[in-house]
Design a protein around this ligand. Structure first.
Ligand code: IMP
Ligand code: MG
Length: 181
């Protein structure tokens, strides 16, 4: 594995996001909705830097995939979502890859009539976008490589690495089944 972003670089990037978010929503209550499970490490760091009246909620996204790297059928569980009607919502996810997850989440949350929905991600992969929507806040743009650490997993492992590392193609093997993203 090759280290892409050190813990210090990540901390700087997350602090930059927090600054933009606090400025853009200044004085307004905000509901941050984390996309489980990849969001948890970044979310814990981010929310402590955002000085706003803040609520937290969660959605769980799972996809069935034929291999570990190719996205499949997406299912979304919104049981852990608070009432977002008429609230400003910020979705937080680990990475924007094809964008299919974010698009689906925005479409589903929109039906609950929030005042607004924006999105923040730690990483955006270059040249992978398949949808018209883009994340509103991005800490880092990275090349098209499979990455792990700081919340991001490979087969549910490596989320606890304090840095972000890229897998070499030879390290990737395909597995089938449901995968929590
Ligand atoms: P999407 O293609 O933008 O819908 O991304 C779906 C999800 O796939 C992301 O939220 C991540 O959980 C996961 N994902 C995409 N690329 C990577 C990666 O390089 N490493 C780990 N997870 C990834
Ligand atoms: Mg994820």
């Amino acid at each position: 594995m090759k280290k892409l972003l050190s813990a210090d670089e990540i901390a700087e990037g997350v602090a930059g996001l927090a600054e933009q978010i606090a400025r853009d929503y200044a004085g307004r209550p905000l509901t941050i909705v984390g996309v489980l499970t990849g969001c948890v490490v970044m979310l814990a760091d981010l929310i402590r830097l955002v000085d706003l009246p803040l609520r937290l909620g969660w959605v769980q996204a799972r996809s069935y995939r034929g291999t570990s790297t190719v996205g499949g059928v997406l299912t979304i569980n919104a049981d852990l979502l608070p009432d977002i009607k008429a609230r400003d919502v910020l979705l937080v996810d680990d990475i924007f890859d094809t964008g299919r997850t974010l698009l689906e989440l925005i479409n589903q949350l929109d039906e609950l009539h929030p005042a607004s929905i924006r999105s923040a991600v730690l990483l955006e992969k270059e040249g992978r976008r398949e949808v018209s929507v883009r994340p509103d806040y991005v800490a880092f743009h990275i090349p098209d490589e499979f990455v792990v650490g700081y919340g991001l997993d490979y087969n549910d492992l490596y989320r606890n690495l304090p840095y972000v590392a890229a897998f070499e193609a030879k390290d990737l093997e395909s597995t089938d089944g449901w995968h929590q993203i």
